[in-house]
Ligand binder design. Sequence first.
Ligand code: PMV
Length: 365
Amino acid sequence: MVQASAPGKCILFGEHAVVYGQPAVAVAIDQRMNVKLELSEDWRIDGMIFHPERHPHVDALRQRMWNSGPPLSIKITGEIPPASGLGSSAALSVAASAALRCARGRQITNDDWAEGWTAASPNNVYNGPWEFGKGDSVLFGMAAVDEDECAILSHAVEAHAQGGKASPLDSSTCSHGGCVVLSDKIENNLNWLYSRKLNDVRWEVHSIELDIPNDIWLVIGNTGLHAPTSEQVAKVAKVLEEQPERMTEIETIGIISRRGITALLEGDMEGVGRAMSENHLLLRNLGVSSPELENLVTAAAPSSLGVKLTGAGGGGCMIALTRDPKTTSEAIELAGGRTLISRLASTGMSVDEEGISGLWNPFEN
Ligand code: PMV
């Protein structure tokens, strides 16, 4: 048996503006998705027959990483509500790719990665097995798993499941954990991780080492409503098309995000909170809030350092930065929201049960 997990995420600053090249900041949250794999007579997911069309992320990973492997029983558990902007599908994809890699191992040659996403031919790397030469060996378990690989695989299958469109913000945050910043250029004051490109859009992915005081919490308030991200993005595009001068608001969100990043780097939680609340006002002005979100934001504000909607808006979730999570959570619940309480910048993907020799050795004749 092999088991892996990955955290969800929420966006602290810069949603929507990131579509126009401004920086966006996301943090991993304490709520996670877990994926457990066991060998089975036939393909099962949560005990039921596996229908690939109902699980596009898992199916895309299965095709890439388990092409001719034996059937598996897959169990998915987790605390991240789906379709609420908290990265549940990216967390699932990251956990599943970690579990599959752990279970199938990775061929190595002379101590270098010989198989996987870093290989010379990116189009064909998962269709292995590669020819197994003298001196080659296979690593199984945790040693075979790699955060960058999980991030890139998760990004690829998110794009596949969403008709070719996905930014790497969710996949990178859910894989690496902590705090991730996406921008259209390399940000000199941050730790640059890598570039990602998809359909002519290019992102620079960075991480920030955060030192968050112990008494600081995020309370996530879920409206329980779902507004598709694509519709919300289209709404902003329409505003900007009809009133091009409002691009200054997008640029102002960028300025606020950078101020938020500085406050995060300095451990200035009051500054982080102020930037969050200012970011919310601009998002509201752009038309991506909703009466339900406003209701929760208003309820949380008195006991918080900062409050804002998080993600695409229109429904989904808001977040509050607070030193008094109990009071903030109660206020949001009284206003009709469901809450989750998390620290900022939780740990990334982990292998929780690694098995000993994997579930399949694709290099065995
Ligand atoms: O709803 P989420 O958490 O997937 O956030 C969407 C973020 C947007 O900036 C609105 C869209 C995007 O592709 O970045």
